[in-house]
Design a binder for this molecule. Structure first.
Ligand code: CP
Length: 303
């Protein structure tokens, strides 16, 4: 059974094919061409955490492909505590054709995938955010014609979003640089996975955001305090001081540099209003691309 849990599970050719199909689906949607690749299919969505982009883009995407979606609040299905992950997976495999989940623990996805006879799609876990990574790569491709040889400077925490994008860049020939305070770089497990499965050439990690953006085609940022890290908020605000993506940082990058953000943004923290609302920012194009990237993923899994 094919799942979509981490970008590292996909080859460069898989990713390239998904991006090509996402671009085709985007054009078809703009032309209002009817598409029925998910006709008769039902996709379940289980969310243990809040979401705007992921939930709405999946529900819209399923509808646009002629299928039906079913939202299942995480606190009602009770993954792993109301019944075992194995029993849940075996049960819903009888009713659904695919299941999208946003979970606290990535282990929940692995536990479900091990017992599911339908594809499991990671709609964000503490480890990775592959749907976001795919939409990010689609946006870079749209902005520059190709991602190959481009430099993405991620200014922020070495988190789930950064891991997925770093892998996607590594697979498709883009350069990824992480700029973060000491103690917030990629963890050893990710470094080992990357070395074993992507490349021995690990993305650069620097503590100076100005050095990171010097040759950047894209500056990427994300919130400094993710969902579930609220207790660390004050400490993180202090540690990430100086890492805001603002006009001064953007001025240190090449003139053509674009700014991406996975959203939601904490304006005034990791990104300033003037950059967020300025001409370099492509975050809403990027948010829109979640729809097309995920439609390509669902087709890839269900066709
Ligand atoms: N970027 C992202 O996953 O957005 P949501 O949390 O709103 O789904």
């Amino acid at each position: 059974m094919k799942h979509f849990l981490n970008l590292i599970d996909l080859s460069g050719a898989d990713l390239d094919g998904l991006l090509t199909e996402a671009a085709r689906l985007k054009l078809a949607q703009a032309r209002r061409e009817p598409t029925a690749s998910l006709k008769g299919r039902v996709v379940g969505l289980v969310f243990e955490k809040p979401s705007l982009r992921t939930r709405v883009s999946f529900e819209s995407g399923v509808a646009q492909l002629g299928g039906t979606s079913l939202y299942l609040p995480g606190n009602e299905v009770g993954l792993g505590w109301r019944e075992s992950l194995a029993d849940f997976a075996r049960t819903v495999s009888n009713y659904l054709d695919a299941l999208v989940l946003r979970v606290f623990q990535h282990a929940t996805l692995d536990g479900l995938a091990a017992h599911s006879s339908i594809p499991i799609i990671n709609g964000l876990s503490d480890w990775s955010h592959p749907c976001q990574g795919l939409a990010d790569l689609l946006t870079v491709r749209e902005l520059f014609g190709t991602e190959k040889g481009k430099t993405v400077a991620f200014v922020g925490d070495g988190n789930n979003v950064a891991r997925s994008l770093a892998v996607g860049c590594g697979r498709l020939g883009a350069k990824f640089v992480l700029a973060c305070p000491k103690g917030y770089a990629f963890d050893d497990k990710f470094k080992a996975d990357y070395a074993a499965r992507v490349s021995a050439d690990f993305p650069a990690e620097v503590n100076d955001p100005f050095a990171a953006v010097q040759h950047a085609d894209v500056i990427y940022t994300d919130v400094w305090t993710s969902m579930g890290q609220e207790a660390e908020r004050e400490e993180r605000l202090r540690r990430f001081d100086g890492f805001q993506v603002n006009a001064k940082l953007l001025a240190a990058a090449p003139k053509h540099c674009k700014v991406l953000h996975c959203l939601p943004a904490h304006r005034g923290e990791e990104i300033s209003d003037d950059v967020m609302d300025g001409p370099a920012c492509a975050a809403f194009q990027q948010a829109g691309n979640r729809l097309h990237a995920q439609k390509a993923v669902m087709e890839w899994l269900l066709r």
